[in-house]
Design a binder for this molecule. Structure first.
Ligand SMILES: Cc1ncc(COP(=O)(O)O)c(C=O)c1O
Length: 451
């Protein structure tokens, strides 16, 4: 609770008032246009509840809202510029009709006595769990009962953190998708942020760049309880090879660690890189996999994902991890929307699957165009072949400076690599999730800027 008021400074401690820096799109100070600038406001505290110290540690905002702020400032500065957003990895193509119709029909039936459904199974609709197991894990014997349907993989990452608690140690690829580190910090697994290194204490940052073929030097990696690993990777676009993932599983086994493998971009793999960690023999004893319909079927707004917890995976005392995950899901989630699950089932029908794969092909083609453009400019560019992201290197530059330059001169939003960790400095992530004409226009502008 807070309010706008004018109060003499000397009364601040008595009235428990504080200065707070706010963006003016905060509802607190009323800003219907949603434009951005900063204000100091005085906050009158009405509670004695301390802020969660772990959230205080996060310091800056989550990366993508931060980018949106830059976007709003740019629009204010150049209201007539035709801004192109290749920043946040959000899908743009419509969901194929066969899928949206199945969701619409399900929703309509909810208004009938016969079609009405209330709570479903917390773990997800049986038919959908089966379809996920059969579609994505056909040759690796994942059981339907090991698949937990969710409202998206980011939510499952947070729920897995809840399962693990604050006492585990964590390793992440550097750079990596911000949710792994941020949820670790929120859970209290991390130490303080160290300004100099740009890292949180107590988190093992596994540097992944062109110098090590985007795979961590495991011999130099400290043992941790948990290893977050994303392949194909966001942001680098790199898909780990079978041999690399075999090494990773061997490393986890030797250390008694659990890998949380994020396969949100698995459908973008075009070569023989594994699409699931469970393609690696022995992985079921050391790995959990989170995945999503978001980038596979344009469900970023519909919200649907899943997590596979193998029965073989146990804690140090022999207790099955799947039992605890089931408990978390039942207590903290209660199941994915039944309308979204109807859409998920339609995606996995043969016709639906073909339809979503053609959208994936479209984004792949976009990535090829961006890759070709940036390569033609003599830049060192990675990713883009097994993922909808292109990872461009600007040696010697600060990535926020490159971001500002591209935005200012080409009116194109990208993502500065350093937003994904210190290992992303000098790099920019460019998303291929746009419409073709936007990708072509952005390519033209980037050519104009860098040639
Ligand atoms: C690697 C990775 N994992 C998870 C997510 C979140 O996906 P969802 O929409 O299923 O929460 C994203 C989204 O961009 C991602 O890049």
């Amino acid at each position: 609770m807070a309010m706008k008021m004018v109060v003499p400074f000397f009364l601040f401690p008595i009235l428990r008032l504080h200065f707070l820096l706010l963006h003016d799109h905060s509802p607190l100070i009323g800003n219907p246009e949603g434009t951005t600038c900063y204000h100091f406001v005085i906050i009158a505290c009405h509670t004695r509840v301390q802020r969660n110290v772990n959230l205080e540690k996060l310091r800056t905002g989550y990366l993508f809202p931060e980018i949106s702020m830059h976007e709003l400032q740019h629009i204010r500065k150049y209201p007539d510029a035709k801004l192109i957003n290749l920043g946040i990895g959000d899908t743009t193509k419509p969901i194929p009709e066969i899928i949206s119709v199945s969701m619409a029909e399900y929703a309509r039936a909810l208004s009938t006595v016969e079609g009405y459904r209330g709570y479903g199974a917390e773990q997800g609709n049986k038919a959908l769990r089966k379809a996920i197991a059969e579609t994505f894990y056909k040759n690796v014997q994942v059981k339907d009962s090991e698949v937990f349907v969710s409202d998206g993989s980011q939510c499952d990452i947070a729920r897995l953190q809840l399962l693990l608690g604050s006492n585990v140690t964590v390793a992440v690829q550097d750079p990596s998708f911000p949710a792994y580190i941020d949820t670790s910090v929120i859970m209290g697994q991390a130490g303080d942020f160290e300004e100099k290194s740009g890292k949180f204490g107590n988190i093992e940052y596994m540097k992944c760049g062109p110098q090590n073929n985007f795979f961590p030097e495991l011999a130099k990696t400290r043992r941790t309880d948990i290893i977050f690993f994303c392949s194909p990777n966001n942001p680098t676009g790199y898909a780990a090879t079978r041999q690399q993932l075999e090494e990773l599983v061997k490393f986890a086994k030797a250390n008694g660690s659990i890998i949380i493998f994020d396969s949100a971009y698995a459908v973008y793999v075009t070569d023989d890189s594994p699409r699931s960690i469970f393609e690696i023999p022995g992985a079921k004893e050391v790995a959990i996999e989170v995945s999503s319909f978001s980038k596979f079927a344009g469900f970023t707004g519909v919200r649907l994902g899943w997590t596979v917890v193998p029965e073989e995976l146990c804690f140090s005392n022999g207790f099955p991890v799947i039992n605890d995950f089931n408990r978390i899901v039942c207590t903290c989630f209660n199941g994915a929307s039944n309308i979204a699950q109807a859409g998920g089932l339609a995606c996995l029908s043969s016709e639906g699957f073909m339809a979503v794969c053609s959208v994936v092909d479209y984004y792949r083609e976009n990535a090829k165009i961006l890759l070709k453009t940036l390569k033609s400019l003599g830049l060192k560019v990675y990713g883009g072949e097994n993922a909808p992201y292109v990872w461009a290197q600007f040696p010697g530059s600060k990535s926020w400076d490159v971001f500002d330059d591209i935005l200012e001169k080409a009116h194109v939003i990208t993502v500065p690599g350093s937003g994904f960790g210190p290992g992303g400095e000098e790099f920019m992530r460019i998303s291929a999730f746009g419409h073709r004409e936007t990708i072509l226009e952005a390519s033209k502008r980037l050519k104009g800027l860098f040639s």
